[in-house]
Design a protein around this ligand. Structure first.
Ligand SMILES: Cc1ncc(COP(=O)(O)O)c(C=O)c1O
Length: 400
């Protein structure tokens, strides 16, 4: 494990900067990348096929196809599901903006509903209430790796004949009722962005239902072209340029063997956070979703992120100043994410402040604390001390 350490002689109180995330790439993976670079075949090829096969094994034999982003994978999922102009897709405003952008890209209309303040994921009652005659699909998001209730979600989808495109970008290794996300469900999209629990630098995959869907995905990711063994080709659908490279796939293969260990490490760090953060600071901690073994209910997070909510109403500084003060203590803090219906692109489509009070409050007060596999146990204590040092003096009129 890489440990935080003093930086420079005589700087015993100054610690190395602790980012909110950092990928873990081991020497074997770096060597595997070098092998691909020397091999003479560096774009989509055997390594991508091997990664797809290994992912398919992980997801119970379901077909899996990789692309150069999960954004592309979700867009293809919507096209495979037949979603297009005139259709509505229900989703959460509390996600990375890709979740709704892909709906616009295929010419359909995103319909936002608020989140459940306890899980911070799509409120499933609000989802069902929002289903109308034009609703074609739903995109649930497992925010921070906490899975949406798959039993209720699919019961609603079945009742109303909806396709489900699971935005499981952040949920690789998360489980619902003991089953890993991706082993069941409809179309499941996972991201391999550098911040994610498994990275290919950039990249993503889609878990599909059939070889027919997989063939369409293959066409969509590369210009809509099909090649025949005799060297002839045809293009019968408008595709994109979204194929993954073998260099990236080699990174993913190296990561895949370590994923379960990475996620176990993340879970340990999350537990340490629950013990280390002083409750008197008034932070709202994320749900403790460690899985059925811990008696926490059927949802088991992969602890992609650890996100408390700041007690802003009790603080005399705002989030931006909080982040600056944490940075001055050597701690990186992220924001994932402000509620997206308030972005200009979505305001221009009629969405307004105040429509989704839970998503807005969470999006305004959420902060992402450092959590990544190579973090040392001691780093959690360091973050907890910095939180106390920054928040206690500005709480309840203590004076900034
Ligand atoms: C919830 C969510 N959806 C979609 C995406 C898009 O993934 P990618 O960056 O691989 O396109 C991300 C990536 O941050 C995400 O967090």
């Amino acid at each position: 494990m890489r440990r935080a350490r003093p930086c420079g002689a005589g700087a015993s109180t100054r610690m190395e900067f602790l980012p909110f995330t950092r990928p873990s790439i081991d020497e074997a993976t770096i060597a595997a990348v070098a092998d691909v670079l020397r091999s003479g075949w560096i774009t989509t090829g055997p390594k991508c096929r091997e990664l797809e096969a290994r992912l398919s094994d992980r997801y119970g034999g379901r077909p899996v196809r990789v692309a150069n982003s999960a954004t592309a994978a979700m867009e293809f999922a919507l096209r495979i599901a037949g979603v297009g102009p005139g259709d509505e897709v229900i989703t959460t405003p509390l996600s990375w903006v890709a979740t709704a952008n892909v709906v616009l890209t295929v010419g359909a209309t995103p319909v936002f509903v608020d989140v459940d303040p306890r899980t911070r994921n799509l409120d499933l009652d609000a989802l069902e209430a929002a289903v109308g005659p034009r609703t074609r699909a739903v995109i649930p998001v497992d925010l921070a790796g906490l899975p949406v209730d798959r039993d209720r979600l699919y019961a609603i989808a079945r009742r109303h004949g909806l396709r489900v495109v699971e935005d499981a970008a952040q949920a690789m290794g998360s489980r619902w009722a003991g089953r890993e996300i991706g082993t069941g469900g409809d179309l499941v999209s996972i991201s391999f962005h550098p911040n994610k629990n498994l990275t290919t630098i950039e990249g993503g995959c889609l878990v599909l239902n059939s070889e027919d869907e997989a063939r369409l995905f293959e066409k969509l990711r590369l210009q809509g072209v099909t090649r025949a063994p005799d060297g002839t080709m045809d293009c019968d659908v408008l595709g994109y340029k979204a194929n993954l490279t073998d260099v990236a796939a080699a990174v993913g293969l190296g990561q895949l063997g370590q994923l379960d260990a990475f996620n176990a490490r993340r879970a340990r760090l999350a537990r340490l956070y629950f013990d280390a953060i002083d409750p008197s600071l008034g932070l709202a901690l994320p749900p403790r979703a460690f899985g059925p073994a811990a008696g926490d209910g059927p949802g088991e997070s992969n602890w992609h992120m650890f996100q408390p909510l700041l007690p802003l109403a009790r603080m005399s500084i705002g989030r931006a100043e909080f982040i600056e003060r944490m940075k001055a203590q050597g701690i990186g803090v992220g924001v994932h994410y402000p509620a997206m219906h308030r972005f200009t692109l979505y305001r221009a489509r009629g969405w307004r402040d105040g429509q989704f009070p839970h998503a807005e409050r969470i999006g305004d007060s959420t902060v992402t604390l450092p959590l990544f596999p190579a973090m040392a146990d001691d780093d959690v204590g360091r973050v907890a001390r910095a939180l106390a040092g920054v928040i206690a003096p500005v709480l309840d009129g203590a004076g900034a």
